[in-house]
Structures are given as C-alpha cells and as structure tokens.
Design a protein around this ligand. Structure first.
Ligand code: PEP
Ligand code: MN
Length: 277
C-alpha cells in the first residue's frame, strides 16, 4: 500500500482479513462484477414525471431508481421536494418497474419514515458531516449512500462512513460527487482519483455521480465512462423526461435518449476493465 489513512479510522479501511464489501439491494449487488447504475430525476416532482423517468431508465438498463423527496436546497425559496407524497410515488414506481429506490434523508427525525419506503438511504453532500444524522442512519437497517461533502477531504469522508458503521450499519456505499475548487465552468470538480485511491485504502464500494460532479449534461457521459474506467462500482445519474421543465438540476439532467446512449457507450468500457454493465 503506497497511500495510508489515519490509523484512527478502523471500520472503513481495508484490512488483509477483510473482503471487499458487496452490498445487496434487492436483486442488485453494489461492489460486485456488475456496475450498478442508479438513475432518475433530481427531485420527484409529480407522479407522471417520476413514472416516465422510471420506465425510461429501467428500459435502458438502470439497476436502481433515484429521486429526491426531501431536498437540501441552497435557498429556502427553491422547491423543497414533495416529502412523504414523493416517497409514495417512488414506492409506486418500484412496484411497477421492480427497481429499488434510492432517496435522500436530510434530518434524523425523517429517517424512520424515509426508511419505511426507501431501499437505500442517501446522505447528501451537505449533510456528510451532520453527525446526528450519520448516527441515526447507522441504526437503520437499510444501506446508506454517503455522498462526499462539497469541501471534504477523503479522510473526513471516511470518518463520516465510520460514524455510520460504528452505529452497526456496515452497508455504506461511498459516492464521489465532485468537490469545490477554483474552477467555475464546471459546477464542481469531479475527483476521479478518489476512486482508485479509495479502492486502495477502503473495502467499501464506490460510486460516482458525474451529474452533480460536472453540472453540465454534455459532460455526464464522458465522465461516466471515465469513472467506470477508473474502477467505480456504480454510477448515479440524473435523468429527467423534460429537463427544461425540471424543478432542480435540469442543466445536468440527461434526457431519456441521452441516458440510453450513455449506457450503450459504457458497455465496452466496462468490459475493458473486467466488469459488466
Ligand atoms: C442529489 O443527489 O440530488 C443531491 C442533492 O446531491 P448532492 O448532495 O451531491 O449535492
Ligand atoms: Mn440533484
């Protein structure tokens, strides 16, 4: 090992006697040979919008459906999500498509209701250091998708994973979603070196979110290919049936046809690095 992290991080780090963690979500495995593709809109906006998104990502080969019902928006005036109504719509989409649901929880008080609907609990970048929330999802019996904080180091991120695992929930999926740098033409700077680095120091599965990581629809497919080439176990991709009407993150959301093309382009890359899509 050429890179080492603080010896105070115990549970999230690789050890000779610990296998790579593979997390089962319904019929999907995260961390196995197959690349897990989590796709769907930024926010659940309506039943029609979500069902349309769910059907399109399912038919293009996604393995899980995403959609935010509780949204951590930068301004209080922005759309905050449909809340429990959004969770009900997600559950209906799971019923129809069979896709497991990944959705964000932003408050410890909401974990109980969100985990009663979700298959995977997403902890967003803005909450990566919300320690009461990390402790609460650490007591949940659903896997946690832990996004990297906007300005967090990899050690701080592993420290956050440690909180979840210390609570008894070892099913943590790390999600690289870009960090703040001086660059302004992209929304964030997608740190793809984090992928092989994490593979070197941690046993946890790693997924990459090139949607938030770039902020631009045109950059999503190239960075998704790069993420798979770098060894990512999965991808998180925002897809909206009509991005121009999206209530959040339209500029970075793929249209259904673009998502399908992205999936087609990923197959050969996955194969080149010994994975399947
Ligand atoms: C999201 O996934 O829509 C989201 C809010 O992501 P992040 O926490 O990475 O900004
Ligand atoms: Mn979003």
């Amino acid at each position: 090992m050429t890179i080492s992290v603080s010896s105070r991080i115990k549970l999230a780090v690789k050890r000779e006697d610990r296998e790579a963690t593979i997390i089962r979500v319904g019929d999907t495995l995260v961390g196995g040979e197959k690349i897990a593709v989590i796709a769907g809109p930024c926010s659940v906006e309506s039943r029609e919008q979500l069902m349309e998104a769910a059907r399109s990502v399912k038919s293009a080969g996604a393995s899980m459906l995403r959609g935010g019902a509780f949204k951590p928006r930068t301004l209080p005036y922005s759309f905050q999500g449909l809340g429990v109504e959004g969770l009900e719509i997600l559950a209906e989409a799971r019923e129809e498509t069979g896709l497991p649901i990944v959705t964000e929880v932003i408050s410890p008080a909401d974990v109980e209701i969100v985990e009663s609907y979700a298959d995977v609990l997403q902890v967003g970048a803005r909450n990566m250091q919300n320690y009461p929330l990390l402790r609460r999802v650490g007591r949940a019996d659903k896997p946690v998708l832990l996004k990297r904080g906007l300005s967090s180091t990899i050690e701080e991120w592993l420290g956050a994973a440690e909180y979840v695992m210390d609570g008894g929930n070892g099913d943590v999926i790390l999600c690289e979603r870009g960090i703040r740098t001086f660059e302004r033409l992209t929304r964030f700077t997608l740190d793809l070196a984090a992928v092989p680095l994490l593979k070197e120091v941690s046993h946890l599965p790693v997924v990459v979110d090139p949607s938030h990581g770039t902020g631009h629809r045109s950059l999503v497919a190239p960075m998704a290919r790069a993420a798979v080439a770098a060894g990512a176990d999965g991808l998180l991709i925002e897809v909206h049936p009509r991005p121009e009407e999206a209530k959040s993150d339209g500029a970075q959301s793929l249209k259904p046809g673009e998502f399908r093309s992205m999936m087609e382009g990923l197959g050969p890359v996955a194969q080149a690095v010994g994975r399947i899509l």
